[in-house]
Design a binder for this molecule. Structure first.
Ligand SMILES: Nc1ncnc2c1ncn2[C@@H]1O[C@H](COP(=O)(O)OP(=O)(O)OP(=O)(O)O)[C@@H](O)[C@H]1O
Ligand SMILES: [Mg+2]
Length: 222
């Protein structure tokens, strides 16, 4: 299965989500996982390097690919249970190429206007890629949500913006928690730092919601 964590907005939590999903599948599901880092800033490659230098953490494979990566991804996916692609807006070609072959495209967005402004363009890109990859399941996930109860409306409004463009939005969200940043710095994941903590439960909920999705349940693009 190929999961693309993508989107154009910087800092929305793509690398963080890709890394935590990779750990969840590798550790909790005992799957063979490959991470593909398409970001020239090498955020995920750096994280993997720290991780694979720590013998207490199970190692995860990672490669860097840029540009026209469709055929590379198609051949890699045959050798792994999960290929998780971390792809930002800097490499637009790689983002489109990965969208044209991924089983799941998951796009993190913060409940902020600047992130939500990217929704129409992402919908446009998704519907183009859906023509060559009709089995693709695309979802937004709202990340770094404020936890104050009086801010809950923002989360609902963000979900409504996504739904209004006819794209699935996950029920599961992530809240703004320091443990995401702290785990990243150590080459670790929130699931390893505190397996029953709130952040771990958020990541598990996202992963399980993805796995439960069926192509038929989703909105048809036309
Ligand atoms: N739910 C969260 N709560 C708090 N901090 C978070 C959360 N998710 C991600 N972060 C932090 O936000 C920062 C940006 O996240 P990340 O690097 O994953 O974003 P990105 O979308 O990959 O950015 P880029 O576009 O630069 O690749 C990181 O320091 C990360 O640890
Ligand atoms: Mg990133």
């Amino acid at each position: 299965m190929m999961i693309l964590v993508g989107g154009e907005k910087g800092g929305s939590g793509k690398s963080c989500l890709a890394q935590n999903l990779a750990v969840y599948f590798a550790s909790n599901k005992k799957a063979i996982v490959l991470m593909v880092d398409c970001d020239p800033q090498r955020t995920t490659s750096d994280w993997i390097q720290i991780r694979n230098g720590d013998p207490s953490l199970p190692s995860i494979n990672c490669i860097q690919l840029y540009g026209k990566i469709r055929n590379d991804l198609l051949s890699l996916v045959q050798h792994y249970d999960y290929v998780i692609v971390d792809c930002g807006g800097q490499d637009n070609l790689a983002l489109r190429a990965a969208m044209s072959v991924a089983d799941h495209v998951i796009i993190p967005l913060r409940p902020k206007r600047r992130d939500l402004k990217t929704v129409p363009h992402m919908e446009d890109m998704l519907s183009t890629c859906k023509m060559v990859n009709p089995k693709m399941m695309a979802s937004f996930v709202i990340t770094q949500c404020p936890s104050l109860p009086n801010q809950a409306k923002r989360i609902l409004e963000a979900k409504e913006v996504c739904s209004s463009y006819g794209i699935n939005v996950l029920d599961a969200v992530t809240y703004n928690r320091n443990v995401y940043d702290d785990s990243e710095e150590q080459g670790s994941s929130v699931i390893e730092i505190d397996p029953t903590g709130k952040a771990a439960l958020e990541m598990i909920a996202i992963a399980e919601e993805l796995l439960a999705m069926e192509p038929d349940n989703l909105h048809e693009f036309n």
